[in-house]
Design a protein around this ligand. Structure first.
Ligand code: ADP
Ligand code: TZD
Length: 578
């Protein structure tokens, strides 16, 4: 039988054969692969598909904007190693989801953006269809792979390709285009059943070569001041025990990147976080585990990395990541679990780091920790970032299972530095792009995926990007507490319009906005707090209640600095400022 000839043959040859359709097969393909949750937003042509998903026992979480549905899917993918699923309508819905797909790809999170699309014949001739857009080609530059399924009998294979592309090798975002007509196509149910299957071994182990392992061990053997740098790839890999063993058996100090915090508890004695600048500058051999030498690590060169040349070992699944910025002495290509397991076999032959190196780090850590403790102990009035984060740190310590979402500028930088994490894959933040707008999407994705209390610590500007999803949080009665650090603007609230005109300065918001009232509109609990003690009480109560809550934490509007720690990335010129 030729492609897509089923429909005709069914009506002529055999009126009684049981038919199924594209709607059902899409859901069957998801179910066959244990993909049980869809984050999405309904409309033509996917409304019935979403209804059917729910009727068939999948969870459908409906959002107010597709970007946040996409972000929820992305973080679900990061937490589970299964592609998070986002479903949208065509053209604008697709484009709204595309930001999240691109962000997932940049961060190496596996997700599949599934969008309905309009009539191919009309789109391709640009004849002006409803929501006309060549979505497949629009998606291609921004994701790892993009596919369109044109024929009902290809749904099983199409999903298999999308799933495998999302999770194998370096994980990333996949676009899957489902033309409206595909959903309505029919075929015999018994034939259809055979076309749907569970992908076998979607995340195959990738074992590193023995000579590459030996080379990496040799670099460690020759090192006097070794350092291990854990990135979010290491957290993603779910090789928690192997990584902990490697660190503890080798005795090598380590630094977690922000989303790798908690892979080992932040109060682990070998954590060098409190001496970050010192160890980056002074180490002579650095082993990168699932971390790229991008802007977040000053591209592996310059002042951050000190005067003397370093030897890098890089563990990554993506071979062409190696040498991206500086020469890597020992590339170790494979999945992190396998690479670390192989290293462990030879680790006893690696001498322990010198007592001098450890003592120098301890000394630096003690000094920096004491300085930070002094800053945190100050009772500033009005409340500043440090006062607020001191109590958030304490509450998270008492509730180590809480998922922590974090975005903003100062809010991000200070929270990352002050709030310790104790368990892996609990911290979700602005990530590789330093993007604003992940807040509510990540919080919803994390809460739905884990069923655990989730706290989103948000700058007031950052919160604004996804604030309407508070309704989603309330609709699904999710255990999410959003803490808005309200300092009246982007970075801070004090800028003035130099012309004296009626418009406020570009960074300034409405003063004393009552974000707590927003959640009350949807039936959630709002708190208005102005002191650390009030914040601590509200956060403790909200986490224990496990219900939607928003804490409007009023922060000194003079406290923030421009762009947080990234002030130096703002372009400046030699010409005099106006
Ligand atoms: P961070 O921002 O925390 O420094 P990055 O996102 O820059 O981390 O780096 C993550 C790296 O981890 C990517 O280069 C990616 O290819 C790699 N990676 C992701 N998953 C795995 C895995 N299972 N095994 C090996 N490498 C992985
Ligand atoms: N738009 C997007 C999508 N991402 C961005 N990173 C920005 C704009 C620029 N930007 C930052 O880099 S941080 C930030 C913006 C708008 C907000 C900072 O203000 P905040 O946090 O209120 O969220 P703080 O703690 O007051 O600094």
């Amino acid at each position: 039988m030729t492609r897509n000839s089923y429909k005709n043959s069914m009506t002529t040859d055999n009126q009684n054969t049981q038919l199924t359709d594209g709607f059902h097969l899409v859901i069957d393909a998801l179910k066959a692969n244990d993909l049980d949750t869809i984050f999405g937003l309904v409309g033509i042509p996917i409304t019935d598909l979403c209804r059917l998903a729910q009727a068939e026992g999948l969870r459908f979480i409906g959002f107010r904007h597709e970007q946040h549905a996409g972000n929820a899917a992305a973080i679900a993918g990061y937490m589970t190693q299964k592609p998070g699923i986002c479903m949208t309508v065509s053209a604008p819905g697709f484009l709204n989801g595309l930001t999240a797909l691109a962000n997932a790809t940049v961060n190496c999170f596996p997700m599949i953006l599934i969008s309905g699309s309009s009539e191919r014949e009309i789109v391709d001739l640009q004849q002006g269809d409803y929501e006309e857009m060549d979505q497949l080609n629009a998606a291609k530059p921004y994701c790892k792979a993009a596919y369109r399924i044109n024929h009902i009998e290809d749904i099983g294979i199409g999903f298999a390709r999308a799933i495998r592309a999302a999770v194998s090798g370096r994980p990333g975002g996949v676009y899957l285009d489902l033309p409206a007509q595909l959903l309505a196509q029919t075929m015999p149910a018994d034939e259809a059943k055979k076309s749907i299957f569970k992908v076998i071994d979607p995340v195959p182990r990738q074992i590193p070569a023995a000579d590459a392992v030996a080379r990496a061990l040799d670099v460690l053997k020759g090192a006097k001041r070794p350092l291990i740098l854990l990135g979010k790839g290491a957290a993603y890999a779910q090789a928690d025990k192997e990584i902990r063993d490697l660190i503890e058996k080798s005795g090598i100090p380590y630094l977690p990147m922000s989303m790798a915090k908690g892979l080992l508890p932040d109060n682990h004695p070998q954590s060098a976080s409190a001496a970050r600048s010192f160890v980056l500058a002074e180490a002579d051999a650095v082993m990168l585990v699932g971390a790229r030498l991008n802007w977040l690590l000053a591209h592996g060169k310059g002042k951050t990395w000190g005067k003397d040349p370093k030897k890098f070992i890089q563990i990554d699944i993506q071979a062409n990541e190696v040498d991206s910025n500086v020469q890597i002495a020992a590339p170790l290509i494979g999945d992190i679990g396998s690479c670390v397991s192989e290293l462990l076999k030879g680790i006893s032959a690696v001498p322990k780091p010198s007592a001098e190196w450890i003592a120098a780090i301890t000394d630096k850590k003690d000094k920096n920790t004491a300085k930070m403790a002094e800053t945190l102990a100050k009772e500033a009035n009005p409340m500043n970032f440090h006062g607020a984060l001191r109590v958030i740190r304490d509450v998270i310590k008492k509730n180590p299972d809480v998922n922590l979402v974090n975005e903003g500028a100062n809010t991000l930088d200070y929270c990352r530095a002050i709030v310790d994490m104790y368990k892996p894959r609990k911290r979700f933040d602005s990530g590789t792009w330093g993007i604003m707008g992940i807040g509510m999407g990540y919080a919803i994705g994390a809460a739905v995926t884990s069923g655990l209390p989730t706290v989103a610590v948000e700058g007031d500007s950052a919160f604004g990007f996804s604030g309407m999803e508070l309704e989603t949080v309330c609709r699904y009665n999710l255990p999410i507490t959003t803490v808005v650090f309200n300092n009246n603007g982007v970075y801070r609230g004090t800028d003035v319009n130099p012309t004296g005109g009626a418009d406020v300065a570009p960074t300034v918001f409405v003063k004393d906005a009552r974000y707590d009232k927003m959640i009350e509109a949807f039936g959630g609990v709002g708190y208005y707090v102005t002191t650390p003690a009030e914040l601590e009480a509200a956060l403790t109560e909200a986490i224990a209640a496990g219900k939607p809550a928003l804490i409007n934490a009023v922060i000194d509007e003079t406290a923030g600095t421009e762009s947080g720690r990234l002030t130096n990335l703002n372009p400046s010129t030699a010409a005099a400022k106006k």
